[in-house]
Design a protein around this ligand. Structure first.
Ligand code: GCU
Length: 343
C-alpha cells in the first residue's frame, strides 16, 4: 500500500514546476489548447481517480481540439483546503473536496455533514441525486468563486483505532481521534467524549504511526488505500456520517463556457459521478477483504443507538441556527422514510 509523504514544500514545488504559482505557462499547451487542471487527494487506485479518467476521456473525445485535461492525484497540488483555494482563484480549474471542508465556505454545506442525517446508503444516494436537495446547496458557493458540479460517493464514516475496540461512545472517552477540519466534526467528537484532533488527510498516517493519535474516522478505503489499517486494528461500524465528496469548478471558467460546451461538461460530470459510484461499490468490498485478511483489522458491529442518541441534538441545533435549511432537511426526511429499511 502506498503511504502518503506529502509536504507543503513538495506541493509548492510541484505547483512551481507546473508554472501554477509563478503564473508563467500555466494555462496553455504547445498546441494552443487550454489546460484543465483537476486536483484530488486520493491515490490512482481510488474510484475517484477512475471516475476522473473517464471524465478526461469524455471531454477530450468531444472538445479535445480546445481542452487538455490533466489530473493531479495524491495531494500533488496541496491539501484539500489548499486545492479549494487554488480553485477559487483559478490557479487550477477543478478539485475534489470533501463536503466537510466546504461548510467553512458556505454554511449550507453544514447540512450534509450532520451525523446520522441519512437513514441508509439508499436514502443518502436518493437525496444526493435529488436536484431539489443539492441544487440550492451547490449554487450557494458561487459567492465564494466556485461552483459545485457533481457529488462523489465517499461511503460511510466509522471510527477506527490503534488498539481500542469501540463498542459504545464510552469507549471513545479521552481518545485522540483525527477528524476533518470542520466545526461540525469537532462538535461531533466533543459530544461523543473523544478529543477531536482536526488535521488534513495526508498527515493522518504519519500521526497514527507516531502515536500522536489513538485513531481516526473514515470509510474502509482509508484502511487500505491510505495504509491506516497497517496501524489501526479495530474498525467499528457505528456509521456516524455519510459525507459526500464534491467536484468544484472555478466560477469564471464555468461561466466562460459556451452553452454547447457546458452541455458537454455536464455530460462529463454525469459520467464521472456514475463511473466513480460503480467503482466505489467494488472498491469497498475489496478493501474490507484486504483489511481483514492481509492487515489483520477486526471489524466490529456495535449497537448504533447510543451513538445516535448522543449526536441527535446536532440536528435541532443546526436547524435552529440555519432555519432556511429546514425545507431541504424535510426532503431528506422523505427519502429517509422511503429507504429506511432498505439496508
Ligand atoms: C475521505 C474523502 C476525502 C477526505 C478524507 C478525509 O477519504 O473521500 O475527500 O479528504 O475522507 O477524511 O479527509
Amino acid at each position: 500500500m502506498k503511504k502518503r509523504t506529502r509536504t507543503l514544500a513538495l506541493a509548492m514545488s510541484a505547483m512551481l514546476a507546473l508554472g501554477i504559482l509563478s503564473g508563467c505557462g500555466g494555462t496553455g499547451t504547445a498546441e494552443g489548447k487550454q489546460i484543465i487542471r483537476i486536483g484530488h487527494n486520493q491515490s490512482t487506485n481510488h474510484p475517484t481517480h477512475t471516475g476522473l479518467i473517464a471524465f478526461e476521456e469524455y471531454i477530450e473525445s468531444r472538445l479535445g481540439e480546445k481542452y487538455d485535461v490533466e489530473i493531479f492525484p495524491s495531494e500533488l497540488l496541496g491539501s484539500q483546503n489548499e486545492m479549494v483555494q487554488l480553485t477559487q482563484t483559478g490557479a487550477i480549474t477543478f478539485c475534489v473536496a470533501s463536503n466537510s471542508l466546504l461548510e467553512t465556505f458556505s454554511e449550507n454545506y453544514t447540512l450534509f455533514n450532520l451525523p446520522y442525517l441519512f437513514s441508509s446508503p439508499e436514502a443518502y444516494h436518493a437525496s444526493m441525486d435529488d436536484p431539489d436537495i443539492v441544487g440550492p446547496i451547490f449554487e450557494s458557493t458561487k459567492q465564494a468563486g466556485f461552483e459545485a458540479v457533481t457529488w462523489l460517493d465517499a461511503g460511510t464514516r466509522n471510527f477506527y483505532t490503534v488498539d481500542t475496540p469501540i463498542e459504545s461512545p464510552a469507549d471513545l472517552r479521552g481518545l485522540k481521534i483525527r477528524v476533518q477540519q470542520s466545526p461540525t466534526n469537532v462538535t461531533m467528537m466533543d459530544l461523543l467524549g473523544g478529543a477531536a484532533t482536526p488535521m488534513g488527510f495526508g498527515d493522518v498516517y504519519t500521526a497514527l504511526q507516531a502515536q500522536m493519535l489513538d485513531g481516526a474516522e473514515n470509510n474502509e478505503l482509508a484502511l487500505t488505500d491510505n495504509g491506516h489499517g497497517d496501524v489501526c486494528k479495530y474498525y467499528s461500524y457505528d456509521m456516524h456520517q455519510m459525507i459526500p465528496d464534491i467536484l468544484i469548478g472555478n466560477l469564471d471558467f464555468m461561466e466562460g463556457l459556451s452553452e454547447q460546451e457546458r452541455t458537454v461538461f455536464d455530460e462529463g460530470f454525469t459520467i464521472l459521478n456514475q463511473t466513480q459510484r460503480a467503482a466505489w461499490e467494488v472498491a469497498v468490498e475489496e478493501s474490507k477483504a484486504y483489511a481483514e485478511n492481509e492487515q489483520g483489522v477486526n471489524f466490529i458491529y456495535p449497537d448504533i443507538e447510543p451513538f445516535q442518541q448522543a449526536l441527535q441534538p446536532m440536528h435541532e441545533d443546526m436547524l435552529a441556527q440555519y432555519p432556511d435549511l429546514a425545507p431541504i432537511y424535510e426532503l431528506i426526511e422523505q427519502h429517509n422514510a422511503e429507504f429506511a429499511s432498505a439496508s
